[in-house]
Every structure is written in C-alpha cells, then in structure tokens.
Ligand binder design. Structure first.
Ligand code: C2O
Ligand code: CU
Ligand code: CU
Length: 454
C-alpha cells in the first residue's frame, strides 16, 4: 500500500538566514523558576509563523542555571489543554521529583518541585515525559536546557560568557505542512525523521561567534534523528563534557556522533576568523559511534558559524589539559547484571518482551548497590533515570574516548553495557523509567519502570 502523500512546506535558501537565537537564561538562585506550559507562535525560518508550544516562551523553554549544593525550585504551570509530565533528564533526584509519567500535571494545575542539586557541573535538559505523548510534546516545544555549575567548572579557563562564547546549541529536525503548521508524521514503527535541521528553533541558522574559542552546549533534542557532526573544513574540535559532566581530559575529534537525548560540550576554535559550516554526514562504522545499520538518513547542513570581529574574544580561555577527576566504578564490585533486550515483536516495541505498563515495576534496585546493565537490540538509544552511568562497552569494544565520562543515554548499536550505582530512591508510586530515547519508540512502549529501595 502506498504511503499517503504529505505535502510538505519547502523553505527558500537565502544567504541572510536568521541568526541563531539564544534562549533566555534564568538563574535558579534568583528564586523559583516559573515554567508555564503554553501555546505560542514561533518562526523557524524568520518569516512564517508556526503554532508551537513553549515553557514561559513561544517555543521551548529558558535555559535554567543552577549550582551543585543549591536547591532548584521550579514552578511548572500547565495552561495547555492536555495533561503533561515534565522530567529533568540527567538530574540525580528521587523518583518523587523526577517528573516521570506518573507525575501528570493536569490542565489548569501546577507542580512545584524543589530539587536538591547534588551532582557535578553538567548540561542537562528538561522535557515532556507524558504517557504515550512524549514525542508530539517535545516536537511541539516542551523542552529546555539545564546548566549546573560547580567549583570545578568555575575554576576551569573555559568560555563562560552566556550567549557570547558559551552557547546553548539544541539541534532538532522539523517538518511543516503547507500552511506552516508543524507536521508530525511518524511513519509506522520506524524512526521519526524530518527534513529541516534547526538549532535553537531556527532552520540552519547563522551563528555569530567571537574570533576565539567557543563552547557549544550541544543537545540532540530531536525525536529520533542521529547526527554525525563535522565541519566542512574538517577542523578539529574538542569534546570536554558528556551527558553527566566533564571528561577527565579534552578529546580531539573531527566528527562526533550524537544520539537523541545525548549532550556533549564542545570547544571550537574560531581564531582563524574564517566562517565554518557544521554538517551531519554519514558515519563510518566503528568504535561504537556508528551503528551497524546507519541511522543518519542523509547529509544535512546544520548551521554556519560567522566570526564577528566586534565581539571581543576572551583572551583567558583555552583548552585545559585536565578537566575532571572521575571516580570509576569497578565491575568487580557489581552485585548484579541485568539484561535489557530492546526489540520489535509483532509490531510491538518492547524491552525484554514487555511493553511499558504503568502498573508494573520491572526491576527493584537496592540503593547504593553497583550494577551492570547489559543492553542489546538493534539501533536503539537507552536512557535510565535517577543516575549517571559509565559505559563499559559498545558492541564488545571499549567506548570511544569522548564517552569516558558520566553518561545517562547510550546508543545500543546491537550491544552495549554500563556500570551504575543508584544513590537516590524511587518508590512504587513514583518509579524511575528506563527506555529507548527515540521518542516514538518510547511512546510505543519501549520503556519500563524500576524502583530504588533503601
Ligand atoms: Cu529524556 Cu525518560 O527521558
Ligand atoms: Cu531522563
Ligand atoms: Cu528505539
């Protein structure tokens, strides 16, 4: 049977494309952060108005900044017409505060969690985690970034001028109907791919940078698209942090594979003054960064960096030789190995043969116990709540150097394993989730629940 034809909106390529917007920055130390889920109108191309959703803004939410040792007070208010759960992805908080599907905020109501921030400096994010509706909600705009600082991040000579040389960089793909509305066209059990690459909500934007070192806080906020980033001039850049914090040392790369939900912090040197185009290209297989079956779906232009000589570079920043000390977990200390097989069986998306059931707890974990989680399946993207973990292997090989940091999301590429210790509790009423972070897979049931018991 032929697929129904969907007429998509095309955009004229123009040399004066809009600049990449910088999301508002809200500091959690200034008092409770109000995040009002609302409808909005946003232009992805600088011209056409598209109905969107946002949190206290038209599309997506502000960057929320907090600090290790602080209490981050959030006030989520739902003015939308349907219930929404909002989850802090990568946050080490209890199940009660985690914002999973059980914590639905009904229309006209609010939720005001106070989150103790106990983890190290990292770039995290918050997004809708609504039962069976996460994909369309995130696509509409219910997502935003969280930045955690700590004494270590303060002491490093890294770019830290928000919006100038320290840039939130949220990459997503979007499709549009002829009338300019967002087109959410998920095809069967496949992955969701759209045609237009956006950064911070603008299609292939121009990004203004100083003539010097720039830090990108990269979040793949796509529903289902994998990216293999590279610059057209193949310039070298440094990965300095992954999902849950800094690497021990910067890792020099020319390409970087990033799955949905993953974050990396990059340092890119623009001191040559030349413009640079960031692309996503087909990945070569190898080293766990590129799956057996290539999910990139074509080459894409992401954005163009343009050096603006009027932006003064910060002359004190550099690529530090040392970034962090990571307490590595020892596989010999693991109490248990749990297996998770992600598969499509009879058109059902399952983990260990079962679809998500809010009434079923799949695993019961002891707080403080070291565990190994062994994943297999084809190309999926596994995420666990309430923790950061250390990747032990991908497809039987040691993970690439830029994954040697705390992570919370990992591509399975046939097989992967990680070591983890859960330090926070999650009850039967508010368990943690584990799931595929391809949002359509999650919505279709590739998710389960676990408690962490004291
Ligand atoms: Cu980013 Cu369970 O989610
Ligand atoms: Cu999460
Ligand atoms: Cu999946």
């Amino acid at each position: 049977m032929a697929m129904p034809y969907v007429s998509k909106l095309a955009f004229a390529q123009s040399p004066d494309r809009p600049f990449m917007p910088i999301p508002a920055l809200v500091n959690g130390s200034d008092g409770p952060v109000s995040l009002k889920m609302q409808t909005g109108l946003w232009s992805f191309d600088g011209k056409i108005k598209t109905p969107t959703w946002g949190l206290s803004q038209d599309y997506m939410g502000p960057v929320v900044r907090t600090r290790r040792g602080a209490e981050l007070a959030l006030h989520y208010e739902n003015t939308l017409a349907e219930a929404v759960s909002i989850h802090g992805h990568g946050l080490h908080v209890t199940g009660e505060l985690d914002g999973g599907p059980q914590r639905a905020i009904r229309p006209g109501t609010s939720w005001s969690p106070i989150l103790p921030i106990v983890q190290e400096a990292a770039t995290l994010w918050y997004h809708s985690h609504t039962h069976k509706r996460t994909g369309p909600h995130v696509y509409n705009g219910l997502a935003g970034m969280i930045v955690i600082d700590d004494d270590n991040s303060d002491s490093l000579p890294l770019p830290r001028r928000y919006g100038i040389d320290d840039l939130p960089f949220i990459v997503q793909d979007k499709d549009f109907n002829q009338d300019g509305t967002l087109l959410y066209n998920k095809v069967g059990l496949g992955r969701f791919y759209a045609e237009h690459m956006t950064v911070n909500g603008i299609i292939q934007p121009r990004v203004e940078v100083p003539k010097g070192l720039v830090r990108l806080r990269l979040l793949n906020g796509s529903n289902g698209r994998f990216f293999n980033f590279t610059f057209t001039d193949t310039r070298v850049f440094h990965v300095i942090a992954g999902d849950g914090g800094f690497l021990e040392e910067p890792v020099e790369v020319t390409t970087l594979f990033v799955a949905p939900g993953e974050r990396y912090e990059l340092l890119v040197d623009f001191s040559d003054g030349l413009p640079a185009t960031l692309r996503s290209v087909q990945a070569e297989r190898g080293e766990g960064t590129s799956p057996a079956f290539n999910p990139i779906q074509g080459e894409q232009t992401i954005c163009t960096f343009e050096v603006n000589p009027r932006i003064a570079p910060d002359l004190d920043v550099r690529v530090p030789p040392r970034l962090n000390d990571i307490a590595w977990l020892d596989p010999k200390e693991a109490h248990i190995t749990r297996h998770f097989t992600m598969a499509t069986i009879n058109r059902k998306m399952v983990i260990n043969g079962r679809m998500m059931d809010m009434a079923r707890i799949d695993h019961r974990v002891q707080k403080g116990a070291v565990e190994i989680w062994d994943l297999d399946g084809d190309v999926h993207n596994f995420h666990a709540h309430g923790c950061s973990f250390q990747v032990l292997s991908i497809n039987g090989k040691t993970p690439p150097a830029h994954m040697k940091c705390w992570k919370d999301t990992v591509i399975t590429d046939a097989k992967a394993s990680f070591i983890v210790r859960f330090d926070h509790t999650a009850s039967d009423a508010f368990p943690y989730m584990f799931h595929c972070h391809l949002l359509e897979h999650e919505d279709m049931g590739m998710m389960g629940q676990f408690t962490v018991e004291a």
